[in-house]
Design a binder for this molecule. Structure first.
Ligand code: CP
Length: 326
């Protein structure tokens, strides 16, 4: 499939996007999202490895992850390095957070050292709201995942992958299947798809994982995977959060879940023949997705990971290039 066209002039000369912080996709317009996706494609399509190596020189970005991460944490670091920024990783287990220092005090101390962007993953839904009001005027907050509420850069890399594969969003049927009630990925992707104009977003899960549908307006819910998957263009499988199933004696077992909801080759055959299979990772192979499907021809899971670096480069450069322009 042809790559989407990239407007290099637009990217080189002006930025439509004016991002100060990135916490929730629903706060941003279709223009802003398109701008980030175009810029991500521009980074991906560049042949020059070092073309962007000075874009964010003299900028310092700190990562504060209060929940585990492999992809998001690593790709933000790779992205920052490719743009020439300095990166500081604060490990919550060895930092002064263990002595009771608040996140705000940590940020204020790092601001005093010249750090101007903070990439934060947190399980605390009351962190970002107060922080936004307290940080300095030239400090930027980027969510790397907030509880089950938001994962905006995952949403953007998912949108980029869908756009690359399907060209447009409007006429697609996108199925999100799995542990939706605990999923920040489902929330951000749904927000993004709605902004981009996708008409049919179908959530598929057992009753136990059905989310509060007020958080998913104008979205269908199907308990029956055969019904939900029929004619899908895009299938996003979500990690079953095993720790939650195992700690809830009323929950269905992993075996019951995988018997009914695992995306196997048979279930995939219910969707369109050119449907793509996505997963944000980490995968529970053999539970929510079979090995055959995860590694199969329709899988774009590693493409999502590759796109994750480009999207984070785009987000960091859109936010921090404004700092260089001051
Ligand atoms: N998709 C995702 O957020 O993966 P990590 O938890 O490894 O960052």
């Amino acid at each position: 499939m042809d790559e989407p066209e990239v407007d290099n002039e637009l990217i080189a000369n002006k930025r439509v996007a004016r991002l100060k912080n990135l916490l929730y996709l629903k706060q941003h317009s279709k223009d802003v999202i398109n701008q980030i996706l175009d810029l991500s494609d521009h980074y991906l399509n560049s042949n020059e490895q070092n073309e962007f190596g000075n874009l964010l020189k003299n900028q310092s970005i700190a990562s504060l992850f209060f929940e585990p991460s492999t992809r998001t944490s690593a790709s933000f670091q790779v992205a920052a390095k490719r743009l020439g920024a300095e990166t500081i990783v604060i490990d919550e287990n060895t930092s002064s957070a263990t002595k009771g220092e608040t996140v705000l005090d940590t940020i204020r101390n790092l601001e005093a050292m010249g750090v101007n962007a903070f990439v934060i993953r947190t399980g605390d839904i009351n962190l970002f709201g107060p922080l936004i009001d307290e940080i300095g005027p030239h400090t930027h907050l980027i969510s790397a995942g907030e509880s089950s509420i938001s994962h905006p850069t995952q949403g953007l890399l998912d949108l980029l992958t869908i756009r690359q594969e399907k060209r447009s969003f409007e006429d697609l049927k996108v199925v999100i299947m799995g542990d939706i009630s605990h999923s920040r990925v489902a929330r951000s992707l749904t927000e993004g798809l709605k902004i981009m104009g996708t008409g049919n977003i179908t959530l598929v899960s057992p009753e136990e994982f059905k989310p509060d549908m007020t958080n998913f307006p104008n979205t269908q819910f199907k308990k029956d995977p055969s019904e939900g998957l029929r004619d899908a263009d895009v299938i996003v499988t979500l990690r079953v959060q095993k720790e939650r199933i195992e700690s809830d004696e009323n929950s269905l077992s992993l075996e019951e879940y995988s018997n009914e909801y695992q995306l196997s080759q048979d279930k995939l055959a219910l969707s369109k023949s050119d449907a793509i299979v996505m997963h944000p990772g980490p995968m529970n192979r053999g539970i929510e997705i079979s090995n055959e499907v995860a590694d199969g021809e329709q899988s774009v899971i590693l493409k999502q990971v590759e796109n994750g670096v480009a999207v984070r480069m785009a987000v960091l450069s859109e936010i921090l290039k404004q700092q260089n322009d001051k």
